[in-house]
Design a protein around this ligand. Structure first.
Ligand code: SF4
Length: 154
């Protein structure tokens, strides 16, 4: 997996203070997407074991308390990202069980493959659906267009 940005302290993408990772790779090609540079799987930089370790350390940092981890992109549920994302969310749930995980995807919850569902079974909130420019509403919290749904899973 590759990624574009990592914000160790983020107050914009999800509730509270969070760590946020924007991964590479997206097949949805939504018109009006403002993360087009993330579409290619080989864009950005490689997501290494050291980067995964850093995220865990940041989540465990007691000086700046993080509520959780946000995963966006690109699409964290792109089939090519699933192995690395599963490893990351599994590790977060194991060693930081008090942290919540939010994940943004262009897929819809009802259409997820078993491999994608495996990741979703470990996260707290899924924000799903493509960005639809005609349904864009800047007043919406944590989503760009009104077709997208915030699913609080657990
Ligand atoms: S799902 Fe997100 S990253 Fe992918 S094309 Fe749509 S808006 Fe862009």
């Amino acid at each position: 997996m590759h990624y574009h940005q990592y914000y160790p302290v983020d107050v914009v993408n999800g509730p509270g203070t969070r760590c946020t990772l924007f991964v590479s790779g997206c097949v949805h090609q939504c018109r009006g997407c403002y993360n087009q540079s993330t579409w290619r799987l080989d864009s950005g930089i490689p997501f290494t074991q050291a980067m995964e370790d850093r995220i865990i350390q940041d989540l465990q940092d007691t000086r700046i308390r993080r509520q959780g981890l946000s995963l966006s992109g690109g699409d964290p549920l792109h089939p090519a990202n699933l192995a690395a994302i599963f490893q990351l969310v599994h590790r977060v749930k194991t060693v930081c069980p008090d942290k919540d995980i939010w994940l943004w995807t262009g897929y819809q919850l009802a259409e997820l493959t078993p491999e994608q569902q495996k990741v979703v079974s470990l996260i707290n909130v899924l924000v799903d659906g493509k960005f639809v420019q005609e349904l864009y509403d800047p007043a919406l919290l944590w989503r760009g267009s009104s077709n997208q749904v915030i699913h609080t899973l657990r």
